[in-house]
Structure formats: C-alpha cells, structure tokens
Design a protein around this ligand. Structure first.
Ligand SMILES: Cc1cc2nc3c(=O)[nH]c(=O)nc-3n(C[C@H](O)[C@H](O)[C@H](O)COP(=O)(O)O)c2cc1C
Length: 345
C-alpha cells in the first residue's frame, strides 16, 4: 500500500503518547497536507473510538493510529516490591509512606488491535516490537497501511519481510522511547544521519526519517539522505494545539541550554527527555528498574503528583535532542513554515 500517497507534503506528525496529540493537533496536521498521528497506546478502546470520532469531525483527510506492540506482563510480587524500593527516595521526598500499587500495568494490546481494525484509519504505525505477518495481512485486508518503527538496519529488514508498507527510521536523537526490538536497546546507538542512508540502501519500502528534524531545511537534508518522508515529534510538541502540561511546554521553550538524554528510569525502556531531578536521582539504579510497562505504571502516581503541582523536576519531559530549536507556533503555522522552508532557495 502506498503510504506516501496519503500526504500532500512528506511530513508525518510523530505520534506522542501522553496527551500532546489532541484531536485538534492530529486533524490540524492532516488538514495542512501532512499525516496526523493519534497515539493509541495508553488509551482504552473506548477512548480510542472517542478520539478518532473527534478527529473525523475535524478532517476528511487521512490520519494514522499508533500503538506499542506490547504483551500485558505478569510481574512477580518480588519484582514489583524491588521496583517500589528503588523509587523510595523519590516517593519519600513527596512525603509519602508508600507507593500506590497501579490498578493495571498497561492497556491490552490485542483489544486495541481489534479496535484499530474496526476504526480503519488510512494507516497504523507500531513501535516497541514487530507484528506477525498474519496481523499485517489483517490490517491490509481492512485497507490499513502498516508502518514499523526501527532503530537498526536488521529491524527494517524484519518489517519489510512481514509486508510492512514503510518504516520510520528513528535515530538516537529522537524524543521519547526508543523502538528497538532486536538486540539490546543500549546497542542501538546510530544517529539519524548514520541510520537513514543505511536503511534506505537496505530496504525497498519507503523510509520515513525521524530524529532531530525541526525545520524545512532539515527535511530537505533527510530526503537527500534517502528518506521519502520525515516524522517530527518535538517540533509538534510545543505547538498551540499540543495538550502537554503548561509547565512542560514552558520548559521545552525555555531556550538552548536544555540537555536531553536517554533514561530507563521513568518507564523501564530507554527514552529521551530533558534532564531533571528524577533522572539524576535514579541514574545509579536505572539499569535495575523493572522493564516497561511495569516501571512506567509504578512511576505513574509520582508523575501525576508532579503534574498536579506543576513540578517539572519529577515529570517525564520527553523531548528530542534538538528541542532547543523548537518553535512556539500553531500547527497550521508550523506546517506552512516547514513547507516554505523546504522549497529550494
Ligand atoms: C513526548 C513524546 C512521546 C512519544 N510517543 C511516541 C509514541 O507513543 N509512539 C511512537 O511511535 N513514537 C513516539 N514518540 C516518537 C515520535 O513519534 C517521533 O518519532 C520522534 O519524536 C522524532 O524525533 P524528534 O522528537 O527529534 O522529532 C514520542 C516522542 C515524544 C517526544
């Protein structure tokens, strides 16, 4: 299926779980000729249906849904209590006598997958793992194009082999979680500009370049390195329509001095965000915390308390390495600006 034909301009808005991608943001990107993306991973089937319904009242143009390919875990009591213990300095600093046990570890991916088939968006992208060939076939039968997220050449080949229509090649600069699924996450260290041409050489399906793309000039460069389109996350994170916490947005727009790095401490999977007290305090034990999604669920109450008090030191401030170049614009203005900047001078 032809993913590129879904866009007038080769710009995919990166799906970003956690509240940034409001229906207005997703529809705004699609209405401006890009491909809007609704992150469904943290949403129940009912919430996914509701948000897709809202998007469809705002646009007739194609958009995509995105999911974490993730089985629901069954951690042992010992694993959970070890995780709670590693977080003790953080929850004690909040004056708590214990850490609340989460009601669930994650949403059920198989139920989300059935909801995706029912809603039939033009495309769906996936990260954290790979689908089976029969799942890809089911999506194709429903008219849904399939996009896999990759961080290495081998992962791109694996998605191509099961029939994916495109891959998002995500360099280490990218904001949010690494999508690595073959081999240790620590070893998937290729920068965007190293990864894109290698992947474009290795597979025949279109490569969507991701990681550190902030301007139309960056888009041109990615296309010149073999990509057929780009996926931009951080640039959309600070738009007017983004639903992130105001203190988080303010922090991202606070200037060029922000340092981002990969951390495992918030979720149990490496992700890039702005350094803060949580990351610093947990650094010495970050390789020991339970794997995603257990750690993510364990830190949820801490992150919720931080959001309530507007304390950016304990929020997960996911952002890409080029966040210093993010511009506070509306989605329509950002899209217009990118398209104008892409034109050769
Ligand atoms: C806050 C945040 C949340 C993200 N959540 C997801 C997600 O749910 N699914 C996904 O496939 N990628 C996710 N990403 C990655 C983006 O879709 C995109 O590939 C990445 O941001 C590109 O790098 P950039 O931030 O340097 O533009 C997230 C990124 C950020 C910054």
């Amino acid at each position: 299926m032809d993913v590129l034909s879904l866009m007038e301009f080769p710009i995919v808005q990166g799906p970003m779980a956690g509240g940034s991608c409001t229906p207005a943001l997703v529809a705004g990107v699609s209405n401006a000729g890009g491909l809007g993306s609704l992150p469904g991973s943290l949403l129940s089937p009912a919430a996914i249906r509701d948000q897709v319904g809202q998007i469809r009242t705002m646009t007739d143009r194609p958009f995509q849904l995105n999911f974490f390919v993730q089985p629901t875990p069954a951690p042992s009591e010992q694993e959970v209590s070890a995780g709670v213990e590693l977080l003790r300095p953080i929850w004690q600093s909040l004056g708590w006598t214990d850490l609340p046990v989460p009601a669930q570890w994650c949403q059920d991916f198989s139920a989300q997958f059935e909801t995706l088939l029912e809603l039939r968006p033009a495309a769906a992208s996936f990260t954290f793992d790979i689908l089976s060939a029969s799942q890809v076939e089911r999506l194709h039968s429903a008219g849904i194009a399939v996009i896999g997220t990759i961080t290495t050449v081998d992962e791109a080949r694996a998605w191509e082999a099961i029939g994916a229509d495109a891959v998002v090649a995500s360099g280490v600069e990218a904001g949010g979680h690494r999508g690595t699924f073959l081999g240790p996450q620590e070893e998937a260290t290729l920068s965007a500009r190293q990864l894109w041409p290698l992947v474009a050489e290795a597979v025949r399906i279109p490569v969507i370049a991701a990681g550190g793309i902030m301007t139309g000039v960056d888009i041109r460069e990615a296309l010149s390195l073999g990509a057929k389109a780009v996926q931009m996350g951080t640039a959309f994170l600070v738009t007017d329509e983004s639903g992130i916490h105001p203190a988080y947005k303010q922090k991202l727009l606070s200037g060029h001095g922000l340092t981002t790095r990969l951390t495992r401490s918030f979720s149990g999977r490496y992700a890039r965000g702005v350094e803060n007290r949580f990351m610093e305090q947990m650094e010495s034990v970050e390789t020991q915390v339970p794997a995603y999604p257990v750690q993510n669920a364990l830190t949820a109450s801490i992150r919720a308390a931080a959001a309530k008090s507007g304390d950016t030191e304990l929020m997960s401030l996911w952002a890409g390495a080029e966040v210093g170049r993010a511009r506070a614009l509306s989605v329509a203005q950002l899209m217009q600006t990118l398209v104008a900047e892409m034109r050769p001078t």
